[in-house]
Design a protein around this ligand. Structure first.
Ligand code: SAM
Length: 250
């Protein structure tokens, strides 16, 4: 049996999920996911990267969950080499699975914890991913650096903060005409309502809340899609900790 067949037969949950998403990944890409799984579990014994460690669970709740952005992104992408940033990426979710699936992406992984960033740096080396930059720092500070501010076509973030805080941490990275896509779960009506003024203040417009319609996720997951329609005022994001402490509520 060739190596490809072995790999394809292993990542069954990811294979069935990605095909439902209309994604046709190669044996080499599944091989990269296999390496990702092994590295994540190995480093997780020495640091707190994830509470999800089971082989099937990681395939579904990390890798496939990250890739649910795919249909939305494919509908909206309008450039050959999109610049993408994952804010508060932790162990690389959702940025790394998307970069494995879409090698054309130029990806920045932003993480405030240096140890996690060291893992990401190691991981990208093991996966042979080029044009992936790991940045250690807080979004509140990094978003004021010229080379990152409004420099991305797509801004991603999962499990970092409630929406009123999250939009302040993410929209300043988004170029005008670009999009923020945030993974959320459960009833987010209140969060959305509370984020309305912040989205507008930061130069965004809510385009859609798209339900993730896959049998793997019966727990009401959705993607919040915000388009950047005007520049973010210079004063945002505010100092580290302030967006969480005093969110820009409606
Ligand atoms: N996005 C990953 C996921 O879904 O598995 C990690 C989620 S984890 C709950 C949140 C991560 O965001 C942590 O690794 C934390 O260090 C990072 N983080 C929190 N606030 C941040 C900030 N202001 N700037 C950069 N990273 C931040």
């Amino acid at each position: 049996m060739c190596l490809c067949a072995i790999i394809v037969s292993i990542m069954e949950r990811l294979i069935s999920g990605t095909s439902r998403l209309g994604l046709n990944l190669s044996a080499e890409q599944f091989d990269q996911f296999e390496v990702y799984y092994r590295e994540l579990i190995d480093w997780n014994t020495r640091m707190n990267l994830t509470a999800i460690t089971g082989y099937e669970n990681v395939q579904v709740n990390h890798f496939l969950d990250a890739l649910t952005v795919t249909p939305v992104w494919q509908e909206r992408e309008n450039c050959d080499r999109p610049r993408v940033i994952d804010v508060g990426t932790g162990g690389g979710i959702p940025g790394v699975p998307l970069r494995i699936a879409f090698p054309v992406m130029r990806l920045v992984l932003l993480e405030s914890t240096a140890k996690k960033a060291a893992f990401l740096h190691h991981l990208c080396g093991q996966l042979g991913l080029d044009e992936v930059e790991t940045v250690v720092g807080r979004a509140e500070e990094i978003a004021h650096r010229k080379q990152y501010r409004e420099g991305f076509d797509l801004v991603l973030s999962r499990a970092v903060a409630p929406l009123p805080t999250l939009v302040e941490l993410t929209l300043p990275f988004c170029s005008v005409g670009g999009f923020f896509i945030g993974h959320k779960r459960g009833d987010i009506d209140t969060e959305l309502e509370q984020a309305t003024a912040a989205i507008s203040t930061l130069g965004g417009e809510l385009r859609e809340v798209r339900a993730v319609d896959l049998p793997e996720f019966p727990d009401h997951r959705c993607l919040v899609i915000i388009e950047k329609v005007s520049p973010t005022p210079e004063k945002y994001p505010r100092r580290p900790g302030i967006p969480a402490k005093r969110p820009l509520h409606s």
